[in-house]
Ligand binder design. Structure first.
Ligand code: C5P
Length: 222
């Protein structure tokens, strides 16, 4: 598509991991680098979209020329997403922590000197993708989710698309040895109501450009 094909469109991208505090100096995190989400933000910008980029503490810098909203936890990410609405499309590439620490401590947890270990309790974080996909008022025209899986990638991702109510899922295989998480390449399968389409392994920048082009076509109603 031509460079300006997303001009006038507002697109939300979530990216990076979330950090869930244990105490003021410790947190739970995951291995997401934010590389794929950052590439998607840049590719949408390059097609002329106005991009709101909500990012957790990623290890790569956010794209230039977009509105960057930095958050730390899943709950903060959900609030930032809500504030970014209305949008024409949303690409939820963040690796949101499934759980937060329910009994996070306001002060640094100390060793008790008797060898007793702290016990962490968890509670579920909001599922931002599912929440956004099921909004009755102000749902984006197109909601794209990711599914990082280690086995039965397509079956799990197909089930996830239906369960969460998003329009497209980009599924990827993040088994150890694929060097996808934290790497520069990705191999994704696009799952929609039109079926299943596996893309060859390519640079994350190219995945992003291809996805941006598809989004541009979808928002034109083709
Ligand atoms: O269920 P799972 O975490 O594998 O789903 C992945 C997709 O859901 C990604 O698009 C991710 O950004 C989104 N997600 C979310 N909020 C959560 C968990 C996942 O938006 N709490």
């Amino acid at each position: 598509p031509p460079r300006g094909s997303l001009a006038g469109k507002h697109i939300l991208v979530t990216s990076g991991p979330t950090h869930e505090p244990i105490d003021p100096v410790r947190y739970l995190a995951n291995r997401s680098s934010g590389a794929q989400g950052t590439a998607i933000g840049a590719a949408l910008r390059d097609l002329g979209a106005r991009v709101t980029f909500v990012t957790g503490p990623a290890s790569v810098p956010p794209p230039e020329g977009v509105e960057v909203i930095r958050v730390e936890t899943a709950e903060e990410m959900r609030v930032a997403v809500e504030h970014a609405l209305p949008v024409d499309a949303a690409v939820m590439a963040a690796a949101v922590a499934d759980w937060k620490v329910k009994n996070a401590s306001a002060s640094k947890i100390k060793k008790d000197g008797c060898g007793r270990m702290p016990v962490l309790e968890f509670s579920e974080n909001p599922d931002i993708l599912a929440w956004l996909s099921r909004l009755s008022l102000g749902r984006p025209k197109l909601v794209v989710g990711f599914a990082a899986e280690t086995d039965d990638v397509i079956a799990h991702a197909t089930e996830k698309r239906l369960r969460k109510g998003c329009d497209w899922i980009l599924a990827n295989d993040v088994r150890p040895g694929t060097e996808i998480m934290g790497g520069t390449e990705n191999a994704v399968t696009l799952i929609s109501d039109q079926g299943v389409e596996s893309w060859p392994r390519m640079a994350k920048d190219e995945v992003a450009a291809r996805l941006a082009a598809r989004i541009s076509l979808a928002l034109e109603g083709r």
